[in-house]
Design a protein around this ligand. Structure first.
Ligand SMILES: Cc1cc2nc3c(=O)[nH]c(=O)nc-3n(C[C@H](O)[C@H](O)[C@H](O)COP(=O)(O)O)c2cc1C
Length: 326
């Protein structure tokens, strides 16, 4: 009997496929449908630090000429409205489904928003994913200065919640493995490798800055694969692999590289929710062929520590491949 059961963030999932934070998970109705297609868990759409602040300043611009007390009131009210809608989403999902519900906060500072995390826990979220991103452009700031923000955020959130914390990262670090290790020491239970960001583009006809393609492509998976393998081999942190996972081969590769879970977003937007159940069937068939009864039997079999020649994951240059290409 084949079992896809997976432990992640101390939670038991029926299988390792998690639907990433996005518009796919912004209502309980959608989450119910994702559960029906077999999603092991979902990460709800993010509550954005900027979104809350922008809403607050928008309302404030309509209150010019009012007393500071009134402005304070409006600011607090607007924040609590955004938050209450988000808390309602968590409660609704918990009431209507049985899969783990992971809340998500998109943040870039350890500011006052961290107190919201407590409300998220009280609303019933099983874990929190912190989508932290700072684009490091300060001429007089070091990488370490920026990294401190990530540690501070985890420290502050950890102070107010007891549910597990995952940190969704970008690959823009000088030494990602050190950062992951420090995040573990600060109390994070998992890292999500990687987030995919809005990319600016330039329209050469209108001479305007526009948005590039929002969806990933399957070839994006190889960066994810390399770092899943290295992080799972060299640190004690759980890894949830994200970006570029579009089919069952990619899910299996991430698990073989040591991922605890795999997150999917673009493929579900493009192929529909049914892709989840199709992938699960293919994984079971593959496990049957290979005679694996559980995911634990092959998780990490090909990670950085397990293979004979870890330099295969380190090689950066194309020397061998260039020389054979005329
Ligand atoms: C339309 C859309 C909305 C997204 N919204 C969020 C979000 O609110 N929070 C977040 O952490 N990531 C968000 N993401 C990023 C995804 O969660 C995911 O990390 C990224 O798309 C890479 O995974 P993929 O290759 O499976 O698409 C969004 C992605 C898309 C395409």
């Amino acid at each position: 009997m084949i079992s896809l059961e997976t432990q992640y963030l101390g939670l038991t999932l029926s299988n390792p496929i998690i639907v990433s934070s996005s518009g796919l998970t912004n209502s309980a109705e959608k989450v119910v449908k994702l559960e029906k297609e077999g999603a092991g868990a979902v990460v709800l759409k993010s509550l954005f630090e900027e979104q809350i602040m922008a809403e607050a300043s928008q309302t404030l611009s309509n209150t010019e000429g009012q007393y500071p007390e009134a402005i304070d009131y409006v600011q607090t009210y607007v924040r609590s409205q955004s938050l209450s809608q988000y808390l309602e989403l968590i409660r609704d999902c918990k009431a209507k489904t049985n899969i783990p519900i992971i809340a998500s906060i998109n943040c870039f500072s350890a500011g006052e928003w961290t107190s919201f995390a407590k409300n998220i826990e009280e609303a019933g979220a099983d874990a929190i994913e912190l989508n932290v991103f700072t684009l490091n452009t300060g001429l007089h700031k070091s990488s370490e200065d920026y990294e401190q923000t990530y540690y501070q955020i985890v420290r502050e959130v950890k102070k107010v919640v007891s549910i597990p914390i995952a940190v969704k990262l970008s690959f823009y670090f000088s030494n990602l493995i050190h950062v992951i290790d420090r995040l573990k020491a600060e109390g994070a239970s998992s890292v999500v490798l990687f987030n995919r960001f809005y990319q600016p583009d330039i329209d050469i006809n209108t001479l305007k800055v526009t948005a590039a393609e929002v969806f990933s492509v399957p070839s994006d998976q190889f960066q994810t694969l390399r770092w899943t393998s290295i992080a799972s081999g060299l640190t004690k942190m759980e890894v949830s692999s994200s970006t570029g996972v579009h089919d069952y081969d990619a899910v299996l590769k991430m698990l073989l590289a040591g991922a605890q879970t795999v997150q999917m977003c673009s493929a579900i937007y493009q192929q529909g929710r049914e892709v989840i159940s199709q992938i699960l069937t293919c994984i079971e068939e593959w496990m049957e062929q290979k005679d694996f009864a559980s995911i634990e039997e092959f998780r990490g079999l090909m990670n950085y520590r397990a293979i004979n020649d870890p330099s295969l994951y380190e090689r950066n240059q194309f020397m061998k491949y260039y020389s054979s290409r005329e």
